[in-house]
Design a protein around this ligand. Structure first.
Ligand code: ADP
Ligand code: MG
Length: 317
């Protein structure tokens, strides 16, 4: 585009809360044929709330806890919250807030490790703790089968269910603690008001619309259904480092994808996409990796960006 057209397009964008990083971006945006949305914080508000705490039965997991530690939901939540206290993940913050609201005292863990895309490992006053997805627990040697039926049911409701395991007597030096599954905690998030309209607008324009997430398939498909994304266009259980490859795959036949995301874990995918589109309230890393920033955090502004790009290019032809 001519410098003048670029200036006009950029200014119109800014007035509409759509920031383009330069003229070449303005030219590329309307050429995308595919839009890939991150789930948490992009299509959903990312404001998680603790919704469920469940005890996983003692008969099935090979032994009882120490006698003074009853198998109660409050104990499961206390253990989970103490481990998550050191994490800044929205899932973790919801668990800690939920525990406090229920009158549970939440301690800081002595040791803490964040496992991106999987969960947390911590040493708390209760012992060594794992909170996270199936992968995190299976890799630590925990059989997740006793929780599967309940996990499945919670995920079908669109909730993110996390497993809680405890190794009561293990200290920090123990390289292979004997974890036992003690329960499940679940968080739920709400879909942004305009997400459905955003998706239908893009689909009417003939664009392919995808959802990509580190969350599991059942939760992802429940959200996809709510916003009108085809279940075949859902990529779930995608590790942060694999999100960029997934975008590259969609572009492998010469297609051009726009990736829309908010998180640190979306940054490589934002860079890999023909157009990276960051949510304004998202992390600095995402905004830096992106070509466009949506200041209003509104997925419907993706269409606005495309229209502005199109109008800018038409004016100069
Ligand atoms: P998304 O791609 O939706 O933004 P993430 O990649 O951050 O999600 O996380 C993927 C999955 O890993 C979550 O759905 C959850 O099961 C698990 N997970 C990540 N962080 C945590 C945490 N702090 N506590 C428990 N589970 C977690
Ligand atoms: Mg996200």
């Amino acid at each position: 585009a001519t410098p003048a057209a670029t200036m006009v397009g950029t200014a119109i964008g800014a007035r509409n809360g759509v920031l383009f990083k330069g003229g070449d971006v303005l030219e590329r945006v309307h050429e995308v044929d595919t839009v890939v949305f991150d789930k948490t914080g992009t299509l959903t508000k990312g404001e998680m709330e603790l919704t469920d705490v469940e005890v996983v039965g003692p008969a099935t997991d090979g032994g009882a806890l120490k006698p003074e530690r009853e198998r109660t939901e409050a104990f499961v939540l206390e253990v989970a919250a103490s481990a998550e206290h050191a994490s800044e993940h929205p899932l973790a913050e919801a668990i800690v807030d939920g525990a406090r609201e229920r009158g549970i005292e939440v301690d800081d863990p002595d040791e803490f490790e964040n496992v991106p895309g999987q969960g947390v490992k911590a040493t708390t006053r209760h012992g060594r703790v794992l909170v996270g997805n199936r992968k995190l627990l299976s890799e630590a040697g925990v059989d997740t089968a006793p929780a599967e039926e309940r996990m499945d049911a919670l995920e079908r409701e669109g909730k993110t269910a996390m497993l809680v395991a405890l190794a009561e007597d293990a200290d920090d030096d123990d390289s292979d603690p004997d974890y036992r599954l003690i329960g499940i905690v679940a968080d739920a998030d709400t879909v942004k008001e305009s997400a459905k309209a955003a998706v239908s607008g893009l689909r009417e324009r003939g664009l392919g619309v995808w959802l990509i997430t580190g969350d599991n398939g059942r939760t992802a498909r429940a959200v996809a259904e709510e916003v009108g994304i085809d279940p075949d266009n859902v990529m779930a259980d995608v590790l942060p480092e694999d999100k960029a490859d997934a975008v590259d795959d969609l572009q492998s036949d010469g297609g051009q994808a726009m990736m829309v995301g908010d998180g640190v874990n979306d940054a490589p995918a934002l860079a890999a996409a023909s157009v990276g589109c960051a949510i304004g309230s998202g992390t600095d890393v995402a905004i830096e990796a992106g070509d466009v920033t949506l200041l209003r955090d509104d997925p419907a502004d993706v269409m606005k960006a495309i229209r502005i790009s199109e109008a800018t290019l038409q004016k100069i032809k």
